[in-house]
Design a protein. Structure first.
Length: 140
């Protein structure tokens, strides 16, 4: 299967909510490589990818933190003007919708972005054909 594992959680928009989530992950040495938090009417959605999804899943279960694991695409691309347009155009030309996008903390001069798309397998295929490097969990 193409893509990487993204953890998603719902949380109250309150002081300390993120600290509670990250406590166990930090204690177990799980590195959050990228995170996206949105808020609406006092409720938040936290989406994140980590360097060790298996360990993160264990920690979240042990901490009784309700979560979902969802496949998303991680793409490596130049950190340059027009790079995101190239990806967006390939997907649009192939009738694949981008539902959201966020970047990961850089580990090289290249940027890594996370995409939620309408069809991960189709998107991975056409992006690879378009010369875009699609990453897996092991690449993070």
């Amino acid at each position: 299967m193409a893509g990487v594992k993204q953890f998603s959680m719902n949380a109250e928009d309150r002081v300390g909510a993120l600290a509670e989530l990250t406590r166990g992950l930090a204690h177990e040495g799980v590195n959050i490589r990228g995170i996206f938090i949105s808020e609406s009417e006092g409720k938040g959605t936290i989406r994140f990818v980590v360097d060790d999804p298996v360990k993160a899943e264990r920690v979240l279960v042990e901490e009784n933190l309700e979560h979902r694991i969802e496949p998303v695409l991680a793409l490596e691309m130049p950190n340059a003007p027009g790079a995101l347009h190239t990806v967006a155009k390939i997907l649009a030309d192939n009738k694949i919708n981008i539902e959201y996008v966020y970047t990961l903390l850089p580990r090289t001069p290249l940027a890594i972005v996370i995409l939620e798309v309408s069809s991960i397998e189709d998107a991975a295929k056409v992006l690879k054909e378009g010369g875009i490097k699609v990453l897996g969990d092991q690449d993070l």
